[in-house]
Design a protein around this ligand. Structure first.
Ligand SMILES: [Zn+2]
Length: 382
């Protein structure tokens, strides 16, 4: 038999918390979007470029970096209110375990990582634009994809450890269970790691990360310490489902197609703006047009968000189904879902629109319903 779950009931607290978070995200997005438009329309982007040239002693490459630095600094100042509010929100709902000091350092580290990655991308972009003003977008796309794949590989070993501590899972019983699970799937995962999330939040999480030799399952200590071994196995089975169905690799192909279209559209927009004297840049290699590039990327990702989320939800359902098939009882899957929902103050039944637009995972109520149906079908067989 399996537990009856309380699929439909969301506490007013969970509803309020998620609604505020959603509005916070939307407001942040709108301000960023408006910032890009203002930069272009007022000509402030051109003024920033001149400042950047002076700071970069008239050297193009250095000036590109200075321009990006100025842009990111102003963007950070504009968005800092939302960041602080987000930090306080997590505390108000007793979800965060992080002190202001730790949070502040995370913000600084986040900014520096963003600056470094942004600088690599933007320098590469303007290098290709300068060299091949007509066909730069094809080469830029190829370089971008190489970067993307390298980053996916390095992320678990270089990027994540900047913010979190990881250690190999010590629990022998769990490791043995994973080996059994993955052997049944005819595959092998390189490692399972304990992810020290408890230093920052009470929320629990798990993920499949990395690529090739760095591919691994990471399980939050907030999950490992509070869930039964059967429940952890159910979560592991779901992550293994992502692995078996090659979801990371497939997402890279999807990303590649979208990025190719994005670069093509960006090239068109740059040439159009220059030919029609829309803004104050006279050639596309003028990096004062960076806000226009960012605008194309923002609009594109905004328009594609529902489709990409639908694709992600499809993958999540696939991983869930894999979990159902590979664990001996559906009960621990159901109880782990219920625990996760409570622990993370998740909305079990978001409105249809919210789920369609914003959610990368099916709602908890849908996942529970699918699990219960699976359980009933299994019971009917025996
Ligand atoms: Zn998943």
């Amino acid at each position: 038999m399996f537990n009856e779950s309380n699929q439909g009931t969301d506490s007013p607290e969970a509803r309020r918390y998620n609604r505020i978070r959603r509005w916070l995200g939307i407001s942040d997005f709108v301000v960023g979007f408006a910032f890009l438009i203002v930069l272009l329309v007022t000509g402030w982007s051109g003024w920033l470029r001149d400042v950047a040239y002076r700071m970069g002693v008239q050297n193009y490459t250095l000036a590109v970096f200075m321009y990006l630095l100025l842009l990111l600094l102003i963007g950070k100042v504009l968005g800092i209110g939302f960041d602080v509010y987000g930090f306080r929100l997590e505390h108000r709902y007793k979800l965060s375990t992080q002190r202001l000091r730790g949070w502040f350092w995370d913000e600084v580290k986040g900014f520096l990582v963003g600056l470094l990655m942004g600088a690599i991308v933007v320098e590469l972009l303007y290098f290709t634009i300068r060299q091949w003003p007509q066909n730069w977008w094809l080469l830029a796309w190829a370089l971008f994809m190489v970067l993307f794949i390298v980053l996916a590989q390095l992320a678990p070993v270089v990027l994540f450890p900047i913010f979190y501590k990881f250690e190999p899972l010590e629990n022998e019983e769990l490791r043995r269970r994973l080996v059994v699970l993955s052997e049944r799937a005819g595959t092998r995962v390189r490692g399972v790691y304990r992810w020290k999330l408890s230093e920052k939040t009470k929320k629990a999480n798990a993920a499949l990360t990395g690529l090739g030799v760095t591919r691994r399952i990471i399980l939050a200590d907030t999950l490992l310490d509070n869930y039964t071994e059967d429940e952890i196995e159910a979560v592991l089975a779901h992550e293994l489902g992502h692995h078996v169905h090659r979801h990371i690799l497939k997402s890279i192909f999807v990303q590649a197609a979208i990025t190719l279209f994005g670069f093509w559209a960006a090239n068109w927009a740059l040439h159009y703006a220059v030919d029609h004297h829309l803004f104050d840049f006279v050639q596309i290699s003028d990096f004062a047009d960076l806000p226009l590039l960012a605008l194309v990327a923002t609009v594109l990702s905004f328009l594609l968000m529902p489709a990409l989320n639908a694709y992600s939800r499809f993958n999540e359902r696939q991983a869930d189904r894999y979990a159902f098939e590979s664990i001996s009882s559906i009960d621990p899957f159901i109880s782990s879902m219920n625990k996760l929902a409570d622990q993370n103050l998740a909305e079990r039944t978001p409105s249809k629109w919210v789920e369609w637009l914003f959610h990368s995972h099916p709602s908890i109520s849908r996942r529970l319903k699918a699990a219960e149906e699976w359980g009933r079908a299994q019971a009917a067989h025996t």
